[in-house]
Design a protein. Structure first.
Length: 393
């Protein structure tokens, strides 16, 4: 693997680094998709989103006519690397930029692209993802939300669950069954739904961190214009798979490198019997193991990038990254709680809580990444079947 960057790419890096430097005061910490609004401030997150857009640093690979930069995957990676170094990242304001945009670029009509893409990038319209249902998660194709065509509209009835940030979203992309007699992967359609449409009710689901990250969304006789279908009626599963392919590459590989760095800093700051914890060989060795694991994940990310640069479809690297990064996140959080001892139980707001309770909350939310974007057991199945050639279970 050749790790050198071209002169043009280095010039691009310098330009972004300098912009980042000038706009540092707006950057919000790199928190990952589970961050809740009150953590860094929802308004601050939205402001950072807007700043990046105005600077032309969102949608690096998106076509210019839809507000993107028309750049390369490598340039996008360079931006991610620079943000990681600066301790920030693309703000998580929902799955608009990450999932809906690339799906629409691939499958959307010209009208849909013109209507939605620029507003996705600017943050003017935020999105949520209506895939999971109370009885359809890993087995997503078992979904029961129905859309019946009538008078130029789909009439949608059903319920979506675990819908991240639905309470802040202006739009939802959802999957609904449009042919109940077809085999389960057929007869599904992919619809774009305005969240202001009558018949939509949102009920909060509170996480064990106490934060409101996701919701259950009820849809009763919701009228969706036929023009809001993405792809062909009854063939929405193909469109859904495109979204899922982007979902697997969730940027976890970058978050973990920073996480290990923060852990090392914590171990240098915390003292026991008058000595920094980092003086303890066992502590240092554990952190070194985490650093090695984070590096391996990072290089797997480069393998994924290489495929992308060659124009190949996403490979199993996404599953491998998702699986190992989420497990590493849990291992790091558990280790920090051991280091903190009784202080590890203190939450934000307590004067003795280390890093304002950040690590305690990370421990509580570390299970989330093992479930979303396809549960880890499912990733293991994918790796077993596609990489190891094991028989289907
Ligand atoms: C923080 C968070 C945010 C989320 N945000 C969204 C969102 O915005 N939009 C959305 O649509 N969904 C969202 N989800 C839902 C997520 O996609 C589902 O939780 C996930 O797909 C698992 O589905 P489930 O919860 O129904 O569990 P189930 O599918 O019922 O699985 C239960 C358990 O059985 C295991 N299992 C299931 N099938 C198999 C199998 N074939 N082989 C081996 N083990 C298996 C699973 O791994 C899991 O451990 C979110 C979830 C979380 C945790």
């Amino acid at each position: 693997m050749d790790f050198t960057y071209s002169r043009e790419d280095e010039a691009f890096r310098a330009e972004f680094r300098s912009w980042l430097d000038q706009n540092r005061q707006y950057a919000v910490p790199q928190l990952g998709p589970l961050a809740d609004e009150d953590e860094s401030g929802w308004d601050a997150t939205l402001r950072w989103h807007r700043k990046l857009y105005e600077g032309g640093w969102l949608g690096i690979t998106w076509p210019k006519e839809y507000g993107g930069r028309g750049g390369t995957f490598l340039q996008e990676t360079i931006c991610d690397q620079e943000m990681e170094l600066a301790g920030t990242g693309t703000p998580f304001t929902g799955p608009g930029i990450w999932l809906l945009g690339p799906t629409l670029i691939h499958w959307g009509t010209d009208d849909q692209k013109r209507r939605h893409l620029r507003k996705v990038l600017s943050g003017e319209e935020l999105w949520c993802q209506g895939y999971s249902e109370p009885n359809a998660g890993s087995d997503l194709a078992a979904l029961q939300t129905r859309a019946i065509e009538r008078d130029g509209h789909f009439i949608v009835n059903g319920s979506k669950i675990w819908t991240s940030l639905a309470h802040n979203a202006h739009w939802m992309f959802l999957l609904a069954r449009t042919d109940s007699d077809a085999p389960k992967h057929k007869g599904i359609s992919y619809l774009l739904v305005d969240m202001k449409t009558p018949g939509i009710a949102i009920s909060p689901l509170i996480q064990m961190t106490g934060a409101r990250h996701f919701n259950q969304v009820f849809l009763e006789d919701v009228r969706v214009p036929i023009a809001n279908i993405v792809g062909v009626k009854n063939q929405g599963w193909q469109v859904a798979l495109t979204t899922l392919a982007y979902e697997r590459s969730s940027g976890q590989e970058r978050i973990m490198t920073n996480r290990v760095r923060e852990l090392a800093q914590l171990a240098m700051r915390l003292t026991r019997n008058g000595h920094p914890l980092a003086d303890d060989a066992q502590v240092r060795q554990t952190i070194a193991q985490f650093a090695a694991a984070a590096a391996a994940i990072r290089y797997t990310g480069f393998r994924q990038l290489t495929r992308q640069l060659k124009g190949l479809p996403p490979g199993p690297e996404g599953s491998s990254i998702k699986l190992s990064a989420s497990e590493l996140g849990l291992r790091i959080a558990s280790f920090v709680l051991v280091l903190l001892g009784p202080y590890g139980k203190l939450e934000r707001g307590d004067q003795f809580a280390a890093d304002q309770g950040l690590w305690t909350r990370r421990m509580l939310e570390a299970r989330g990444p093992m479930i979303y974007s396809g549960a880890n057991e499912i990733q293991r199945n994918i790796l077993g079947e596609r990489v190891l050639g094991m028989p289907k279970g």
